[in-house]
Design a protein around this ligand. Structure first.
Ligand SMILES: Cc1cc2nc3c(=O)[nH]c(=O)nc-3n(C[C@H](O)[C@H](O)[C@H](O)COP(=O)(O)OP(=O)(O)OC[C@H]3O[C@@H](n4cnc5c(N)ncnc54)[C@H](O)[C@@H]3O)c2cc1C
Length: 391
């Protein structure tokens, strides 16, 4: 059984991230959403200055060089102020460059991303391939010294301002499922790269999502990341890290919402006593605190397993995201309930957290897809006459 215990250094990072989240990110979230603008570069640079960008990127490329557990600990705290999906989308895009990029590609892009000077985007989803990502139809073909892309992506975060887009495309039509997909880097301004319509969303408006069209979009052959046809195996490997830390972000949002609402409930009086002192409320709070703690431990353990690279790390991470996202949705709803009508007011962050939390059950593996993975693991264990747990 994988054991973990937070070191003093991790606790210090956690406390620093909490101060930054509550002091800087939370007020920024309200201000930026009200203005209807993007997550600003200035905020990215502020995050970089405090060491909160490029958490898992090696220091030689300008990052913090942290393990997955430390990343989870920090991301949880940052999310307690603002989930800031731009940071998440940037992490997704950095992943393939970090995992299978050449030293030259790493040098070219990672430094700028870690300093907040460059915004990357991650383009996997298509009209026909969301959950069924192996079914993507955007084509990439080698022609002389170039790769040529043709096709369409949707829901791509920050595509309109991305300096570089990490694109998944089919290089081998007819290859077995999950094979024959390659990853190519497309830089801003490349002829044939067209940013189409913006999709309006109920939340995460500082992280707008876009259609991206590749119309005979040609990039130098050096822009291929990793081996041709092997792109999908890369994301499958990286899912353990991504989903474990996604679980931690969900925990952060749940904790941030509960902390805020509980503070309110200790000050609000009805029937001559504080709302927080009613037994009906105390029982509800006890349940939420317990669920948040369970989600936290599940996410930390999944992160520790991801660092070990064990075979059960991906399923542990799927469990963490599945459970923690449900806890975030439940907690943000209950936090609003705890504040009554005040919870729905724009002057409090709870209504924003409530809207933002729904994405957690959709983005980066819907809850249904995660249940398929977890139940597959459980069935395999049952066939081996083993308990359905993660060892
Ligand atoms: C705010 C936001 C930001 C995003 N950013 C990005 C980005 O930067 N890059 C990117 O590539 N994508 C991005 N996405 C897309 C996101 O990853 C997809 O929306 C997600 O993967 C789900 O795909 P889909 O929308 O096509 O839903 P579908 O796959 O069509 O699913 C619809 C429903 O059917 C269910 N379902 C599907 N298959 C099964 C099954 N086998 N069994 C049971 N149920 C099933 C799903 O769980 C879901 O409930 C973003 C989306 C949003 C909303």
């Amino acid at each position: 059984m994988t054991q973990y215990r937070l070191t003093d250094e991790q606790k210090q990072l956690r406390d620093a991230a909490r101060r930054f989240a509550r002091g800087y990110l939370a007020p920024k979230a309200a201000e930026i959403e009200k203005a209807g603008t993007d997550f600003p570069k200035e905020a990215l640079k502020e995050m970089a200055k405090h060491g909160f960008l490029g958490l898992d990127v090696p220091t030689e490329y300008g990052g913090q060089g942290l393990d997955t557990l430390s990343c989870g600990v920090i991301l949880e705290e940052l999310a307690s102020g603002w989930f800031s999906s731009t940071i998440f989308a940037m992490n997704l895009a950095t992943g393939p460059i970090l995992a299978v990029g050449s030293p030259a590609q790493k040098k070219k892009y990672l430094g700028g991303i870690c300093s907040g000077d460059m915004v990357p985007a991650f383009a996997l989803t298509e009209p026909a391939g969301g959950s069924d990502a192996a079914n993507i139809t955007t084509r990439v073909a080698r022609e002389g010294d170039q790769y040529v892309l043709r096709g369409q992506k949707i829901f791509i975060s920050n595509a309109h301002r991305a300096d570089v887009i990490v694109v998944f495309a089919r290089s081998e039509p007819g290859a077995p499922r999950g094979k024959g997909i390659s990853i190519v880097l497309v830089e801003k301004g490349t002829p044939g790269l067209k940013i189409g319509q913006r999709f309006e969303t109920i939340a995460h408006t500082a992280n707008p999502i876009w259609e991206v069209v590749f119309d005979d979009c040609r990039v130098p052959k050096e822009n291929l990341i990793g081996a041709e046809g092997n792109g999908f195996s890369y994301i499958q490997k990286d899912f353990a890290k991504i989903r474990a830390t996604y679980g931690s972000r969900c925990v952060g949002v749940a904790q941030g919402a509960l902390d805020y609402a509980l503070q309110y409930a200790t000050e609000r009086t009805q029937f001559g006593q504080t709302v927080a002192s009613f037994q009906g409320i105390r029982f509800k709070v006890a349940e939420l605190v317990s669920k948040i703690e369970a989600a936290r431990q599940l996410s930390y353990r999944a992160a520790a397993l991801a660092d070990e690279g064990g075979p059960e790390a991906p399923v542990a991470a799927s469990m963490a995201k599945l459970f923690a996202s449900a806890v975030a949705v439940e907690t943000t709803g209950e936090a609003m309930q705890l504040m009554g009508g005040h919870g729905m007011l724009k002057m409090h962050p709870i209504e924003r957290m409530y809207r933002e939390a729904k994405l957690f059950q959709i983005g980066d593996g819907t809850s249904e897809m995660l249940k398929i993975l977890v139940s597959r693991h459980a069935n395999r264990k049952a066939e081996d006459k083993q308990p359905a747990r993660v060892d």
